[in-house]
Design a protein around this ligand. Structure first.
Ligand code: GLU
Length: 427
């Protein structure tokens, strides 16, 4: 049996990270088992469904690297099929009409057993299930009904989705039976929770995949994080590239995994992915990110690559890059006023800067090692700590009190620029 799974977004909003996780686990299940991953557009709500949402959902999936097989189907193209199926059910005496609506009659007193791939056995009693509307009086089909018809049409073998659909499962099973269709396997994942333990929502911050892209997360880092929100590769491993996850994935390891959203952990993972990239790989990513944000950096690639090398281990998101490194690319950079007050104001600092400037002006080579040696020698001569020279110099050349190694920064800035800024601060 070839595995066939699907992701069935409703284009009534952006791609929520919870839905992205659902898509990811279906995708990984398909890839793990050499199966197919399909898309179905659940656009039965003709008022709330919009093309721009569909486009964004598809763009977000592509950005994440979740590709699909076969041409997606759309429920809005299939209303006649749903109606015919509902008519058939009524004809067989398994349902009835109520005006223009078609209703399915639920047989009471039955137990419906589901062998959930994640939760194990779940038993439902049909006494708790009301008769189910199949087609509403406005002619539109109800989710549980058309979902079953389409999952059967697409020959779906496994349905992996969020726990919010657990209560739909027995209703769908009743429809499979009524239509004489084979019931697929179900697996329900715990919903992603916010830090306060309630279902992750806008209140907790960003929920759309697109927002994470805009904040400078890398798709592979977000994917890695979403993987951990439902599955564990075993041990304490947290950095797990998708390609490897596909090989290791076992749905049995999804049991009992907590799914609490932790933005700090996501940022940490993102930082790890950024730091692990080659400078040359980050170059186009940073350039595109800055351009998309309307903050294009006007600098030669050669300089950008050097700055990326200094800062890639210090940023958690691409969005942090611009502000931390502005002083390399323009003389109009942000200044930490408190830092300037603390390190540049006193006469002693100005004197030290003046002296340091004349020392490094004489260096035959303006490299981080020669700069460091010059700084240490001057500190020894004057019997002061190197930090007393380093702090004011850092603020003078970068406007900031923290950042990459000062001497590396100065080397990249170059002798002319560095001296000009130090002398200016020395007043
Ligand atoms: N359109 C449904 C949703 O967004 C799909 C549910 C399912 O996977 O069956 O939740």
């Amino acid at each position: 049996m070839t595995v066939r799974v699907r992701f069935a977004p409703s284009p009534t909003g952006y791609l929520h990270i919870g839905s992205a996780r659902t898509a990811l686990f279906n995708w990984i299940y398909a890839r793990r088992h050499g199966g197919k991953f399909l898309l179905r557009i659940e656009d039965t709500d003709r008022i709330r469904s919009e093309e721009r949402f569909l486009k964004e959902i598809l763009d977000s999936l592509k950005w994440l690297g979740i590709d699909w097989d076969e041409e997606p189907i759309r429920q809005s193209d299939r209303f006649t099929i749903y109606r015919k199926a509902a008519e058939e059910i009524v004809k067989q005496g398994l349902g009835y009409r109520e005006g223009d609506a078609y209703i399915f009659k639920v047989e009471k007193g039955r137990a419906i057993e589901v062998d959930d791939m994640i939760h194990g056995k779940i038993v439902f009693n049909t006494d708790e299930i009301k008769d189910q509307v199949m087609i509403k009086s406005d002619g539109s089909p109800v989710y549980n009904f058309c979902c079953v018809i389409d999952d059967a049409y697409l020959r779906i073998t496994h349905i992996i989705r969020g726990d919010d659909h657990v209560s739909n499962t027995p209703k769908q099973i009743l429809f499979y039976e009524a239509l004489g269709l084979e019931v697929p396997k179900f697996g329900h994942m715990p919903l992603i929770m916010g830090p306060d333990g309630s279902k992750l929502s806008k209140r907790h911050g960003g929920v759309a995949v697109e927002e994470y892209r805009k904040e400078g997360f890398l798709p592979e880092a977000l994917i890695n994080y979403l993987l951990l929100l439902g599955w564990s590769p075993g041990g304490d491993r947290e950095i797990i590239p998708l390609g490897e996850a596909v090989k290791l994935f076992d749905i049995n390891n999804m049991k009992g995994v907590q799914a609490k959203f932790d933005i700090q952990k996501l940022k940490w993972i993102n930082g790890e992915y950024i730091a692990a990239k080659k400078d040359e790989e980050l170059l186009p990513l940073i350039k595109k990110y800055m351009a998309d944000e309307g903050k294009e950096i006007n600098a030669p690639d050669e300089l950008l690559v050097k700055v990326i090398n200094l800062y890639k281990v210090r940023i958690k998101t691409l969005s942090e890059f611009g502000n931390l490194t502005d002083y390399f690319f323009s003389d109009k950079y942000s200044i930490d006023e408190k830092g300037a007050e603390k390190y540049l104001k006193s006469a002693e600092s100005k004197q030290l800067l003046q002296e340091f400037a004349s020392k490094i002006d004489k260096l035959s080579e303006f490299s981080h090692t020669s700069l460091e040696t010059a700084c240490r020698l001057m500190a020894e001569e004057k019997k002061i700590k190197a930090a007393s020279i380093i702090h004011p110099t850092r603020v003078a050349v970068s406007g900031k009190t923290t950042g990459a190694g000062l001497f590396e920064i100065m080397e990249v800035l170059g002798k002319e620029k560095a001296l000009e800024r130090i002398r200016k601060a020395a007043g």
